[in-house]
Design a protein around this ligand. Structure first.
Ligand SMILES: NC(=O)c1ccc[n+]([C@@H]2O[C@H](COP(=O)([O-])OP(=O)(O)OC[C@H]3O[C@@H](n4cnc5c(N)ncnc54)[C@H](O)[C@@H]3O)[C@@H](O)[C@H]2O)c1
Length: 258
């Protein structure tokens, strides 16, 4: 933790998967801090979460905390969120960004791989949301934004294959059903479906040639930056989006046009 000032009027955004230096989570943490939110970073890599928190506090002067948690583990998430709630102002936003991809073809997919990909992407979103939304409902205010992917809409076709596409599609159903259920409480729930984003999620499983091809296939002619996606998260985490719920926001450079 870098600061601990529960100033009246300041509210907190929790970002999961915010440790990765070039990732969408860290970019979102920076972006909402720029808007004046206190920021709590959750990541499996606790040192990376703490580093994001420290860098964001230094750059933007907002209260921050970085905590280790495995989003698939209820006890771990409960401990992390309790620490956040004790340290920072009331939580008004949750960005469920922690996730992994998987390029394994269907007949090579083991049940362990299926469970790992479904677990971190889909079950993790459920576990964190269930814990964090309780306080939002009590306060009658909150914005939850879930990370899906264009792979859920196109049936893969970018990098992740069947388990990834299935997990990200599960997040869309989760988002829509929860939006309906929490609407009367004043809590909004939306999903974001990026196309290919230039981060380290494919590190070790990609090549420069594939990365160039992924960019060339996009009508706008480039991969998204993490900041492109963070800008959309920031809007959906703010009261500017107060009347939007149950929606899916495409952000893919034109690679999937409905
Ligand atoms: N990069 C893309 O092209 C792209 C496109 C569409 C959607 N997405 C989604 O965006 C999200 C972020 O992706 P990124 O590209 O920034 O990836 P990244 O690998 O840079 O960051 C993911 C972060 O999640 C954390 N994480 C992994 N498992 C976790 C767990 N069990 N508990 C807590 N934290 C965990 C990692 O430590 C890492 O910091 C993912 O959900 C991904 O599926 C990415």
């Amino acid at each position: 933790m870098t600061q601990n000032t529960a100033d009246a009027g300041i509210r907190t955004v929790i970002v999961t998967g915010g440790g990765s230096p070039r990732g969408i989570g860290r970019a979102t943490a920076r972006r909402v801090a720029r808007d004046g939110f206190a920021v709590a970073v959750i990541d499996l890599d606790g040192a990376a979460a703490e580093e994001t928190a420290r860098l964001v506090a230094e750059e933007f002067g907002v209260p921050t905390i970085g905590v280790a948690a495995n989003v698939t583990d209820e006890a771990s998430v409960d401990a992390a969120v309790s620490a956040i709630e004790a340290a920072l102002p009331p939580v008004s936003g949750l960005a469920n960004i922690a996730g992994i991809t998987s390029p394994v073809p269907f007949f090579d997919t083991t049940l362990d791989e299926w469970n790992r990909v479904m677990g971190i992407n889909a079950t993790g979103t459920y576990v964190v949301t269930k814990r964090v939304a309780q306080g939002m409902v009590e306060r009658g205010h909150g914005h939850i934004v879930n990370m899906s992917s264009v792979s859920a809409q196109r049936g893969g076709g970018v990098f992740g294959k069947v388990p990834y596409s299935a997990a990200k599609a599960a997040i869309l159903g989760f988002t829509r059903a929860l939006a309906r259920e929490l609407g009367p409480t004043g809590v909004t729930v939306n999903a974001v479906t990026p196309g290919v984003v230039s981060t380290d999620i494919r590190a070790g499983a990609t090549t420069d040639e594939l990365e160039a091809k992924l960019a060339a296939d996009v009508p706008l002619g480039r991969q998204a930056t993490a900041d492109d996606i963070a800008n959309l998260f920031a809007f959906l985490l703010s009261d500017e989006s107060a009347y939007i719920t149950g929606s899916t926001y495409d952000i893919n450079g034109g690679s999937h046009i409905n």
